[in-house]
Design a protein around this ligand. Sequence first.
Ligand code: SD4
Length: 331
Amino acid sequence: MTHTRRHFLTTGLALGTTIHSLRADSNSPMSKPLIVSTWPFGKPGNDKALETLNNKGSLLDAVEQGIRLVESDEKNRSVGISGLPNAAGVVQQDSCIMSGPGHDAGSVAAIEGILHPISAARRVMEKTPHVMLVGDGARHFAIKEGLESVEVNSREFHEKWHKKQAEPAPTKLPKDNHDTVALLVLDAEGNIAGGCSTSGWGGKLPGRVGDSPIIGSGLYVDNEVGAAGATGLGENMMRYCASFMVVEYMRQGLHPEEACLKTIERIAATDPKSAEDLHLNFVALDKKGRFGAAGTGSGFQYSVTTPDSSRVLTGANFTDKDIGPEGGNTK
Ligand code: SD4
């Protein structure tokens, strides 16, 4: 690994602000609003978030509506009620939302049969004194709030949503049985919010909660700095407060892409697992309107939307030899 990203980062960071200021100077901030989300399936959600803002919706409406659209996609096997079931054949979803102004947050975890966990998370934030509700309590709260629900043990549910439930649950982590939509919004006023939603790790133990509903792990927003969201193996995010770490690196002045890479570097340097086995991917944006993404594998794709364009880009690859070709608005 002579000219690895790790080497670059170590060198770059040893040079203090040099790397950052070069990047910052060469980057003109994107036009606002700026919406960044994980994976290509986040792009329709970004577009919906922008449309919501254009229709005078609030920052939180944009996050909620954007994620609801992704949750509604019946073909998506990672997000929403059509996501992969746990080892007991039941879909348990995790979701959270965080608002920069006021530093508020709400989340639901291991919630069953609710079509839009992001709306449940928002209601936890806005209508209760709590931050997180789990399991049956979360489901009952969501139903009481009038959110759409299905009876997960009903025949109709299995026929409509989970014909595939007869497939054997995975016993260990294959690369492709988990994903999350994390969607970050910087509005025209410079306020930031974000949310995420997932059915989590397919075949997980019943009751398992991943990083996505844990504030600071799957998502973190600081209205003075920026926001970060994660997708990958939650167990490896949660042990490091990963999204919080990305935001803290941005606070120190790193460009969002470098903050994502530096977080991966720090986790990989500590963890006994190889970087490839950690399955870490991050998206981030900062208050200045810059964005970036990075992952431990090749081909982590993310979606970026502004009033000028809506695009799918490839994040920087931590294990690559070169600095990310398309990562962020650094070029
Ligand atoms: C989880 N982080 O439940 C989520 C799943 C995911 O890409 O995003 N996988 O662990």
